[in-house]
Design a protein around this ligand. Structure first.
Ligand code: DGT
Ligand code: MG
Ligand code: MG
Ligand code: MG
Ligand code: MG
Length: 282
């Protein structure tokens, strides 16, 4: 394209390049979902259809953006994790963030009617904001993940007890809030059990643990037996991959089945069983 006298305006463009060798986390969150969930009568405290819609949208994002290693969702939020060696968009922050947010939002709207067939979406339509956070080590990334899963647990125990007091215990919202003020987890468990016969341990895992979405190479490799899993976005030994290697890795990711689990990943076991999710170089 010929240069025009206007081209100089490009020099005003700025972009942030994300630090190399760090995990990239994009966390998105529904805007005003307090109101949005009320408008569509989401079940309280948890609406399974709403959570499954979030998971379906996240799965679609992972299919469209193979560089994403895995994702974790609770409530109206989802965190997408890119491996430390990820080269997507030369690690330009705005490209990565906006691609994830807009792809997720599109699929959320597109898939809405599958999960809420009798509730057509009407404006104001759902939207999501997001941020990028970098984690320099596997430990800090795992602590980030654990922070979100602990949040899921704390919120869910609170909400489950709160709504039991309101829906079954006849308290109004303010009374339920007052009843729970300052209570520890054990007390909430006790209220649930002694007052309502609910054993919190038997609540659905999707509510207690949230949803982790990842590529399951084991299932894919079960037949051929020779799938060598490498950590997300890396050459396995921390070395830069050649172009052909990168292309091969990309194809392998695109072929892998994307699965959702509701499982504890604060303990080591989950990560040990899926070594391709984390780079183990520190
Ligand atoms: P924000 O994020 O600052 O724009 O504002 P909100 O209203 O989205 O607040 P946030 O993200 O802190 O909290 C999520 C809200 O979404 C919270 O009010 C509860 C609601 N929500 C999320 N999942 C469910 C669900 O499964 N059932 C119901 N009833 N509400 C839900
Ligand atoms: Mg927010
Ligand atoms: Mg929100
Ligand atoms: Mg939220
Ligand atoms: Mg363009």
């Amino acid at each position: 394209m010929a240069n025009s006298k206007y081209e100089y305006v490009k020099t005003f463009e700025q972009s942030t390049t994300l630090l190399p060798a760090t995990y990239i986390v994009v966390r998105l969150d529904g805007r005003g979902f307090h109101k949005f969930s009320a408008k569509y009568n989401f079940e309280k405290p948890n609406d399974r259809r709403a959570l499954e819609l979030m998971n379906a949208a996240a799965t679609a994002v992972m299919r469209d953006v193979p560089d994403i290693g895995f994702a974790y969702g609770i409530s109206d939020e989802f965190s997408f994790v890119f491996g430390r060696e990820c080269r997507l968009f030369d690690r330009r922050e705005s490209k990565i963030l906006t691609t994830v947010i807009s792809t997720f939002t599109s699929y959320y709207v597109h898939l809405w009617s599958t999960f809420f067939p009798s509730k057509p979406l009407m404006p104001p339509l759902p939207s999501f904001d997001g941020r990028v956070v970098l984690y320099p080590s596997t430990q800090t990334l795992r602590d980030y993940m654990s922070w979100r899963q602990v949040d899921c647990h704390i919120n869910n125990l609170y909400n489950t007890t709160f709504w039991a007091l309101v829906q079954k215990g006849g308290l109004d919202n303010a009374q339920a809030e007052e009843r729970l003020k300052g209570t520890l987890a054990a007390e909430k468990n006790e209220i649930l059990f002694s007052q309502f016969g609910i054993n919190y341990n038997n609540e659905d895992e999707i509510f207690k643990k949230g949803s982790i979405v990842f590529r399951d190479y084991k299932i894919e490799g079960a037949g051929s037996g020779n799938i060598v899993a490498t950590p997300a976005g890396s050459g396995g030994d921390g070395a830069e991959m050649s172009r052909t290697q990168q292309e091969k890795e990309r194809k392998r990711r695109m072929k892998a089945e994307i699965v959702t689990e509701h499982t504890d990943f604060i303990k080591d076991e989950f990560w040990q069983q899926k070594p391709w999710l984390l780079s183990d170089t520190g």
